[in-house]
Design a protein around this ligand. Structure first.
Ligand SMILES: Nc1ncnc2c1ncn2[C@@H]1O[C@H](COP(=O)(O)OP(=O)(O)O)[C@@H](O)[C@H]1O
Ligand SMILES: [Mg+2]
Length: 270
């Protein structure tokens, strides 16, 4: 897959660029950046695990943009020479979580509990409203995608000591709250937890091993990534999940139920 034409720089701290490739599709390209050394390894590992879990993550891969192409594009002049970039397929005609209003339905709502658990498993504090995409498929009914996993494992420049000690607290995320409102079945959380817990360790190791050497993740750091994932899914995640259900999911849904009851009552009286 080769780049054909440069389109534009995208908003955000990752310095992402929109480029058309010779398969006729547009991709969002993220380059290696000094000071953000773990962004691309984070994106890669999240992408593979997310796809395994069936989460709505745009198709992605690792490619190498030829220097001859970058040299012709002024916007790419300052990009690092480190080989290999992470690309994800551009999903057109979307709004982010700030822009979409009057959401009455999420058509792929069965994936929402999985997204929340995934964020807690990988400790992604960056599930902001800008990091979901919503495409209106029917009136007030949207399909949701998740993007931007540059800050999993606590951030884009994590150190080994941090990844070995990822917090188990409830993350304040208006996006998680929004998603929680559309989860119809509490059982979804438990099914997703089981799916996460049964990913073969060999697969997790393979995904981490495939991080290009050029991205400079040391052997010890890679081992720490695998250990964090394998430990966290059984040690911390079940408890975090139960706390999320109790302190976020149930209260929000109770509140919505009461509001709807109130609305019905009002409608029946007037
Ligand atoms: N696959 C995609 N499809 C459509 N738009 C995207 C996609 N990936 C990123 N974007 C757009 O590019 C912006 C920046 O990408 P993102 O991955 O969030 O990087 P960051 O926020 O770290 O700069 C997003 O906020 C979104 O508007
Ligand atoms: Mg972002």
């Amino acid at each position: 897959m080769n780049p054909v034409s440069y389109k534009q720089k995208l908003e955000g701290k990752s310095n992402a660029h929109l480029i058309t490739f010779d398969d006729g599709k547009d991709y969002v390209v993220k380059f290696f950046q000094d000071g953000f050394e773990k962004s691309l390894p984070n994106e890669w590992v999240s992408y593979c695990l997310g796809r395994y879990l069936g989460l709505p993550i745009p198709f992605g891969k690792i490619i190498d943009i030829p220097k001859e192409f970058s040299a012709q594009v002024p916007e790419l002049a300052d990009m690092s020479d480190v080989p290999y970039q992470f690309v994800s397929e551009y999903i057109p005609d979307c709004l982010n979580g700030h822009q979409a209003s009057n959401i009455c339905r999420i058509n792929n709502q069965q994936t929402l509990a999985g997204i929340i658990l995934f964020d807690y498993w990988l400790y992604n504090r960056d599930r902001t409203r800008k990091n979901i995409l919503l495409r209106e498929e029917n009136e007030h009914a949207f399909r949701l995608w998740v993007i931007d996993h540059a800050e999993v494992f606590g951030g884009y420049a994590w150190e080994q000591a941090e990844i070995e000690n990822l917090p188990a607290d409830i993350i304040k995320s208006a996006t998680h709250q929004l998603m929680a409102l559309f989860i119809e079945n509490e059982q979804d959380f438990f099914e997703q937890l089981e799916l996460i817990q049964t990913i073969p360790i060999l697969l997790i190791e393979e995904i981490v091993t495939l991080i290009p050497d050029e991205w400079n993740v040391s052997k010890e750091e890679k081992k720490a990534m695998v250990t964090a994932l394998v430990t966290r899914r059984t040690k911390e995640l079940p408890d975090i999940m139960k706390r999320f259900i109790k302190t976020v999911y149930r209260p929000l849904n109770e509140c919505m139920k009461n509001l709807n009851n109130l609305k019905n009552l009002k409608n029946s009286r007037f």
